[in-house]
Design a binder for this molecule. Structure first.
Ligand SMILES: [Fe+2]
Length: 345
């Protein structure tokens, strides 16, 4: 059914936003990524809820190899639909298309940093989705591409750090997947370590570590990750294995710095020794992992979860400060610096 954009939408067809009626096999892609008047190299879908039904359907609106017409683009804009959907199976195809689009956009002087940054964030989101979802995508070349995207993010964020809240806002509108959280933490990490005046090389290294830090959760059953009630001992064991699992998956990639590997391995260690996998005390936890522990907690608290609403930033920072006072979970110096960093946005 590819004519949905060529005929008027019927009243019984309601286009849905990414957060509504989530389904595993499709990913949202902001409309700005499709080049009007050019062929798309993957199938494009709309998410439609038919009146009287509870589950949305993904209806193909443009076939792979078909030109994405200006008329369709205008129609979607008129209908205020800023999203299309792509099949997760097409991840590699979509990524190649976006890479090409991004190269052109970055060289285009008529686009500003916010427009370029939005395209980099979209491409990095698709990259992370592909890397987390498909084991065969975890290659040296893909890690190299991830590093290039982090470099691009560094360029667009680094030139004006006030942009960070805008970019975080972009990914907040997306369906909150595991890799969306990793992209958020990567963006926060690039902005925060730049604020700390780290060298560009260290900032980029930190950003890439943050982008893959939860890779070990890709084997954890979704039901456990989204469980609303208390986790059983066995479920907790499944969760607690992800730093070591993740470390094992990425330790051979030469593009990841040693410090970034420590981020993957130690980002759930607590300063008081109650964390996992090793129960390290603060002085034994790598600095990069201590910083990631703070950013990770902050992003997790300020994101909406199936079992609770999102906390606002002040509430999250207050909770983190009181957690520190109670049990020395975080590195106080970096926590204070992070609060100051957010206050200066
Ligand atoms: Fe984690």
């Amino acid at each position: 059914m590819t004519d949905i954009l060529q005929r008027p939408l019927e009243v019984s067809e309601i286009p849905l936003a990414p957060q509504m009626g989530r389904q595993e096999d499709y990913e949202p892609l902001p409309l700005r990524n499709l080049t009007v008047g050019q062929k798309v190299s993957f199938d494009v879908f709309l998410k439609i809820l038919h009146k009287g039904q509870t589950m949305p359907q993904f209806v193909k609106c443009c076939d792979r190899g078909q030109v994405f017409e200006d008329e369709w683009h205008q129609k979607l804009r008129r209908l205020r639909i800023p999203w299309v959907y792509v099949s997760q199976k097409d991840g590699a195809r979509v990524l190649r298309y976006l890479q090409h689009k991004l190269e052109e956009a970055l060289a285009d002087d008529t686009l500003d940093d916010l427009e370029k940054g939005a395209l980099v964030c979209d491409t990095a989101h698709v990259w992370a989705g592909n890397f987390f979802t498909h084991e065969e995508a975890r290659t040296r070349e893909q890690v190299h591409l991830g590093r290039q995207l982090v470099d691009n993010l560094f360029e667009v964020i680094g030139s004006d750090q006030r942009n960070i809240l805008h970019f975080l806002g972009l990914s907040r509108h997306k369906d909150m997947r595991l890799f969306t959280h990793c992209l958020n933490v990567c963006l926060l990490g690039i902005a925060f370590t730049s604020y700390l005046r780290w060298s560009p090389e260290k900032v980029r290294g930190f950003g890439l570590g943050a982008l893959v830090h939860d890779i070990g959760l890709n084997r954890t059953p979704r039901a456990i990750l989204e469980k609303k009630g208390k986790l059983t001992e066995e479920e907790m064991w499944e969760i607690r294995r992800h730093p070591l699992d993740g470390f094992r998956q990425v330790q051979t990639f030469i593009h990841l710095r040693w410090e970034a590997l420590q981020m993957v391995l130690q980002h759930h260690e607590n300063g008081d020794g109650t964390g996992y996998p090793a129960g390290l005390k603060l002085s034994s936890i790598h600095t990069w992992a201590r910083i990631l522990r703070i950013l990770d907690s902050y992003d997790a608290m300020t994101a909406k979860r199936p079992w609770r609403p999102a906390m606002n930033p002040t509430e999250a920072l207050w909770t983190m400060s009181s957690d520190w006072k109670r049990s020395n979970l975080f590195d106080l110096n970096y926590l204070k610096a992070f609060i100051k960093f957010l206050a200066s946005r």
